[in-house]
Design a protein around this ligand. Structure first.
Ligand code: PLP
Length: 331
C-alpha cells in the first residue's frame, strides 16, 4: 500500500485531473455496478453528502434508531441540510417493513415529504449483522413503489459480501446510492466512496466542495483505496473467522449473566447485567492496560473488532486476555 502511494501519478482532483483519484472512482463504480462514484475523505462525509444530494430542507429521512447517520454524525442531516429524521427501532439493523410503510407521509399541505430511507450494511451497533438480501430487496421495492430513494451506509458492505457470498453489486443494486469505507476493515489510512447515478454523483461532487472535502493531490490517498479494493477484500474472511473463534471461546466459559453475540462478520459484542453506568468503559480500560484495545459503549456493551493487523497470534492473545478478565469479573 505504501509503495502504491509513493508511485501514484497525481494531479489536482478539484480540477478533475488526478488520474489516481479518477481510477479509484471508476474501479469503485464498477465494483458496485453504479454509473459513477466519488472519493470522499470520510464515511461521515459520504453519508452526509448523500442526504444532501437526495433531500431538500424540510424533507424526512427514515432510518434505524441505532444507525451511524442518526447517532454518530453530529446531527449533520438536520444541521447541514435541514432534513428531519424519523428513527425507528429495528432488529439486527432491520427496520420492520410495515413500520417503514406506515411512516411514509401522505401528500398533505401540512406535512413534510418523506424522501429517503437509509439502511446500514453491516449494521454496526446492532452487532456487525448482515442485512439479508431479501430484506434489502423488499425495502427497495417498497421505496420504488412509493417514490422514495434508498441509501445504503455500506461502511462495511464488503464484510457483508464476504460473509454472505452475495456480490457487493447485488446489494448495491437495491439502492440508489451506496457509501463504503476504504478505511476500517479494508485497511486504507483514510477515505470512503459514494457511488450512484451520474447526476447524483455530479451533485455530490459540488456538495463535497461545499463541505471542504475537495482534495488536491487526492491520488496519494486514492492509491491506498485502489490497493485495498484489489488486495484486502477476500482476506476479510480471516477477520470473520477470528471473531467466530473468539465468540465460541467466550460462550464456552459459561459465565452466568454474560451475553456473547454470535458474529456474522468481524465484530463480537459482550453484554452483562449491572447497575454501574460506567461498567463497560471501566472494563475496556482494564483491557487497555493488558494491551487489548476494544470499545466500551455505554449502555450497549463491549465491542471487539477484528482487522487486518490483528493476526493469528494477536487474535489468540486477545482471547486469552478476555478469558482472564471475564473470569475474574464473574467470579
Ligand atoms: C465508521 C462508520 C461511518 C463513518 O465513517 P468515518 O470514516 O469514520 O466518518 C459510517 N457508517 C458506519 C456504519 C460506520 O461504522
Amino acid at each position: 500500500m505504501l509503495e502504491a502511494m509513493c508511485k501514484a501519478p497525481l494531479g489536482d482532483d478539484v480540477f478533475g485531473d488526478d488520474p489516481t483519484a479518477t481510477e479509484l472512482e471508476e474501479l469503485a463504480a464498477e465494483r458496485l455496478g453504479k454509473e459513477a462514484a466519488l472519493f470522499v475523505p470520510s464515511g461521515t462525509m459520504g453519508n452526509s453528502i448523500a442526504v444532501g444530494a437526495h433531500c431538500d430542507p424540510g424533507d424526512e429521512v427514515i432510518l434505524e434508531s441505532l444507525c451511524h447517520t442518526y447517532n454518530f454524525e453530529c446531527g449533520g442531516s438536520a444541521r447541514l441540510w435541514g432534513v428531519q429524521a424519523v428513527s425507528i427501532a429495528g432488529k439486527r439493523g432491520m427496520i420492520p417493513l410495515e413500520r417503514i410503510a406506515s411512516s411514509i407521509r401522505p401528500a398533505d399541505v401540512h406535512m413534510p415529504r418523506t424522501k429517503l430511507v437509509i439502511l446500514e450494511q453491516t449494521s454496526n451497533i446492532a452487532g456487525g449483522c448482515i442485512l439479508p438480501l431479501d430484506y434489502l430487496e423488499s425495502v427497495s421495492s417498497l421505496c420504488r413503489e412509493n417514490g422514495l430513494l434508498l441509501h445504503i451506509d455500506g461502511a462495511r458492505i464488503f464484510n457483508a459480501s464476504v460473509g454472505s457470498g452475495v456480490e457487493v453489486s447485488t446489494y448495491a443494486a437495491c439502492a440508489d446510492t451506496v457509501m463504503f469505507c476504504l478505511s476500517k476493515g479494508l485497511g486504507a489510512p483514510a477515505g470512503s466512496v459514494l457511488a450512484g447515478p451520474e447526476a447524483t454523483i455530479a451533485e455530490a461532487r459540488r456538495l463535497r466542495k461545499l463541505l471542504g472535502g475537495g482534495l488536491r493531490q487526492a491520488g496519494i490517498l486514492a492509491a491506498c483505496g485502489i490497493h485495498a479494493l484489489k488486495h484486502n477484500v477476500d482476506r476479510l474472511d480471516e477477520d470473520h473467522r477470528h471473531a467466530r473463534e473468539l465468540a465460541r471461546k467466550l460462550q464456552g466459559l459459561d459465565l452466568v449473566g454474560l451475553r456473547v453475540s454470535s458474529p456474522d462478520t468481524n465484530m463480537v459484542f459482550l453484554e452483562w447485567e449491572g447497575e454501574e453506568p460506567g461498567r463497560y468503559a471501566e472494563f475496556s480500560d482494564l483491557l487497555r492496560s493488558d494491551g487489548l484495545l476494544v470499545v466500551g459503549l455505554s449502555g450497549r456493551g463491549i465491542r471487539i473488532v477484528f482487522h487486518k493487523d490483528a493476526d493469528e497470534t494477536a487474535s489468540q492473545r486477545a482471547g486469552e486476555i478476555l478469558q482472564a478478565r471475564l473470569t475474574e469479573l464473574f467470579s
